[in-house]
Design a protein around this ligand. Structure first.
Ligand SMILES: [Zn+2]
Ligand SMILES: [Zn+2]
Length: 384
């Protein structure tokens, strides 16, 4: 019998080891190897190289429903400034988003479930690469994640500074925003700054476009919806006495629902077209769709919410909280499979934000998370 105490102690050691050896998206070779070795040791059927460095461990116990539980393994290109004894040994790379904790907790749950088998059915433990910006979830899907490992539902969690340690929060619907980016190149005709009538000024055209893009959220999107259009880069000109030939704008769009996301994309294109129609101005738009809105399926969100209330008590379970305007590529998985994504609080007193160079995962929530994953499996895959 594995005692939960021993399990938590081991998972904490794995977490610290992952923290010491962080790896960036799609280069999680050592991490994936450790995950695969541990899963094999627990007796799971292990599949590697799905989405380059992704790993799936399958645990089957008789015929019943199938669920997926997902953790992310990648770190960030940040130099760690804190000084824990398990400080990152890789210069310019650290686990500042707590994916070290996510991986360790899911491994802990896999070990417990493999040992006790308190369920009937199949659990796929999905360890994905490259959650940060690179879309590792989509890469796993492209590599046949849901074809090779069909699931009735998939669940994912993220640790959440801003929520008390051990609390659980979930929404029916949007949890995290979509993330799109765009680049606009405005070309006019360069000339002497003292003779502007001999050229076509791209800066004035770009400045006008920036202001019109800011009317998308304020004048077109319903005040009851949420969207962000931020122009984050405006580059033009090289000399004080020259009107340049061109100007470049770059920016990002965040939305909490698909319809608004499409509306914003269309409006950006319309404003660009209208600038393009100005005499002598030529405009090119490159719009890149990134992560979709992370939208929970209602039924699966209530599975998490009900379980959180039973398991953690009403005061530690939060339902229909404010979503975050940050993004998450678990969104791709939720487009292919019913499921839910939830937050696990990590705060004790002052909180350090995700992606901060002093961030260090709070090991005190490891036990709660392992137990929660196991309770979820027991409840969704009841013994027959
Ligand atoms: Zn992150
Ligand atoms: Zn993260």
């Amino acid at each position: 019998m594995i005692e939960i105490k021993q399990l938590v102690a081991d998972a904490t050691q794995w977490r610290k080891k992952f923290h010491q050896h962080p790896e960036l998206g799609f280069t999680e070779h050592q991490t994936a190897q450790q995950v695969a070795d541990l899963l094999t040791g627990f007796g799971l059927d292990v599949h590697t190289g799905i989405g380059i460095t992704g790993v799936v461990g399958t645990l089957k116990n008789g015929n019943g429903p199938t669920i997926g539980l997902r953790a992310d393994m990648d770190a960030l290109p940040i130099q760690e400034l804190g000084n824990p004894e398990h400080k990152s040994q890789h210069t310019g790379c650290m686990h500042a988003c707590g994916h070290d904790g996510h991986t360790a907790m899911l491994l802990g749950a896999a070990r417990y479930l493999a040992h006790h088998k308190p369920f009937t059915g199949t659990v796929h433990f999905v360890f994905q690469p490259a959650e940060e910006n690179l879309g590792g979830a989509q890469k796993m899907i492209d590599d046949g994640l849901f074809d090779r490992f069909p699931m009735d539902a998939i669940y994912g969690l993220h640790n959440w500074p801003g929520l008390p340690a051990g609390d659980i929060a979930v929404n029916e619907g949007a949890m995290m925003a979509s993330l799109d980016t765009f680049e606009i190149t405005i070309t006019g005709k360069g000339c002497h700054a003292a003779m502007p009538h001999t050229g076509i000024d791209p800066i004035v055209a770009a400045a006008d476009l920036v202001l019109r893009l800011q009317t998308i959220v304020s004048r077109h999107v319903s005040p009851l919806e949420s969207a962000v259009v931020s122009i984050t880069m405006f580059n033009s000109g090289e000399a004080i006495n020259v009107l340049p030939e061109s100007a470049t704008l770059k920016g990002t769009v965040r939305c909490l629902n698909k319809t608004v996301r499409e509306q914003v994309e269309t409006l950006i294109a319309q404003h660009v077209t209208s600038t393009d129609q100005s005499p002598g101005i030529n405009v090119e738009l490159a719009f890149t769709r990134g992560y979709p809105v992370t939208t929970n399926h209602a039924k699966n969100a209530s599975v998490i919410s009900d379980l959180a209330q039973q398991f953690r008590g009403e005061e530690h379970a939060h339902f229909n909280i404010q979503p975050s305007m940050a993004s998450e590529d678990f969104a791709f998985m939720l487009e292919h499979c019913p499921g839910a994504y939830f937050w696990l609080g990590v705060d004790e007193g002052e909180s350090v934000a995700l992606h901060n160079p002093y961030y260090d995962f709070n090991d005190k929530v490891i036990e709660v998370a392992i137990q929660f994953w196991c309770e979820l499996v027991k409840q969704q895959l009841p013994i027959r």
